[in-house]
Design a protein around this ligand. Sequence first.
Ligand SMILES: [Mn+2]
Length: 254
Amino acid sequence: MESGAHRLSFLFGHFWQWVKSSGLIIWYLARFTAKNARNLKTRGATTKVLAGEIKVMRTATVERKTRETEVFVSLDLDGTGEYDIDTGIGFLDHMLETFSKHSQIDLKVRAEGDLHIDFHHTTEDTGIVLGAAVRKALGERLGIRRFAHVEIPMDEACSRVAIDVSGRPYLVWRVEFARDKIGEMDTELFKEWFHAFAQEAGITLHVENLYGVNSHHIIESCFKGLARALRAAIEIDPRMGDEVPSTKGVLGSE
Ligand SMILES: [Mn+2]
């Protein structure tokens, strides 16, 4: 009896030594981590396993080519506001750089459009592709704050932006300009950009200029307002966990 028990514990000790040395435990932990990463991936945003920790990456790259334009957008919603933007339209670049800086979204944009006709196609399509990239990076919109509003002054101008990252596209645009152009850009194109962006991103977006005189200040306060409102609305709310912030249980179009 005694030698039997002894033999058993000897064998078990041997077995345990083998498990420890074989990397079986490491293999199992790696498999467990990968399985969790896969689960997260199927729930929306892509994931990366860094030093054993699962990190949700809210990034996206979208390319779109038509006979009128070719647009490339790459972004990271959880960035630091680094940008690299070239649309061929100086003022639009200025607005998108402002958007990146104040939303803290890392943003790369390249657009080549039929600027010899006018700036319409390039402006609208840049809004479409940027909106699509935001939607893609948001995935199922788990854990986000969803609503936000800001009022942004710029010198004599002030604009209010209210946002619902709802999956339901809608634009309310109450912005008027005293001038038809800023630089070479037609001021009527800003509504086209915001509309395209809201549609493709799947957000309800209300933009209202409360007061202001200078057209440059007016539109810049709108872009800064979008940046700040979006930043607050897509921020992860620790109290939400990985819940969808909707009683319906579903947000977004994916
Ligand atoms: Mn400016």
